[in-house]
Write a new protein. Structure first.
Length: 253
């Protein structure tokens, strides 16, 4: 038996995003005993998931554990990745596939957010905090971000944390920013995003334009390769390696 892990990241047209994801996953895999692994992308970058599976099979893998490098459960987790796994099952019927879980909401990740805030501001200040999620049509996403905001508030002494989204949910990022400006407090924008990319660039541009207007606002670094993020994904890999074999009847819905 030859076990292998296939890490499936989101993908981006921004080369730096791919480089960050690859560097991060290499750090994660140092915590994993399985020597054979590949990194692939769902969209906008290569190798694709199909190419990643093919590479592992060619290297002699008999068991492939698919690990989604995703923060939350949404369309990619429920539909896109399972579709690719099923295609792999059809193409390689002798390969055993397993499917892991995204990070999901974990209280320890709020520690990352607190650290990011402390990099740009003092928690002793009277801050207006704005947690920004990517957004999704899946109702789980909004509930998850709101829970994270609640934990974050608890983690910094009961502070109020506003929530907004970059797509598919409301309030929008622009609405969140407008409310922050009206608060007359120093605003800290906290992106709940893993790596850099077009969304981070857009947010930075908006924050910089407000700074030029004299608005007291700043934005934290994204989650990135914080040690807690490395440990969190490594834990998901270990869970997936001992999970049940993929079966069409077990498909997430």
């Amino acid at each position: 038996m030859m076990e292998a892990v296939l890490y499936v990241s989101h993908g981006s047209r921004v080369e730096e995003t791919k480089e960050e994801a690859v560097s991060y996953i290499h750090q994660v895999h140092q915590e994993v005993a399985t020597p054979l692994f590949e990194i692939c992308f769902l969209e906008l970058a290569e190798p694709t998931m199909a190419q990643g599976i093919k590479r592992l099979v060619e290297k002699g893998a008999t068991d492939i554990t698919i690990v989604p490098v995703l923060l939350l459960s949404a369309g990619h987790y429920y539909h896109d990745i399972p579709d690719e796994i099923q295609a792999g099952v059809a193409l390689y019927p002798n390969i055993r596939f397993k499917y892991g879980k995204p990070l999901g909401i974990q209280k320890r990740i709020t520690r990352v957010l607190v650290d990011r805030i402390q990099e740009v501001a003092s928690l002793q200040e009277d801050l207006h905090l704005v947690l920004v999620g990517r957004g999704s049509r899946n109702p789980e996403t909004k509930a998850s971000i709101e829970q994270i905001a609640s934990w974050l508030g608890e983690g910094i002494g009961g502070a109020s944390v506003d929530v907004c989204y970059l797509a598919a949910c409301s309030p929008t990022f622009e609405e969140g920013i407008r409310r922050a400006v009206l608060s007359n407090k120093r605003t800290v924008v906290i992106p709940y995003l893993w790596f850099t990319g077009k969304l981070i660039q857009t947010m930075n541009k908006r924050v910089e334009s407000l700074q030029q207007e004299g608005v007291p606002i700043t934005m934290t670094h994204y989650l990135g390769d914080h040690p807690i993020m490395i440990k969190a994904l490594a834990d998901r890999v270990h869970e997936a390696l001992v999970s049940e074999e993929w079966d069409q009847q077990m498909r997430v819905t």
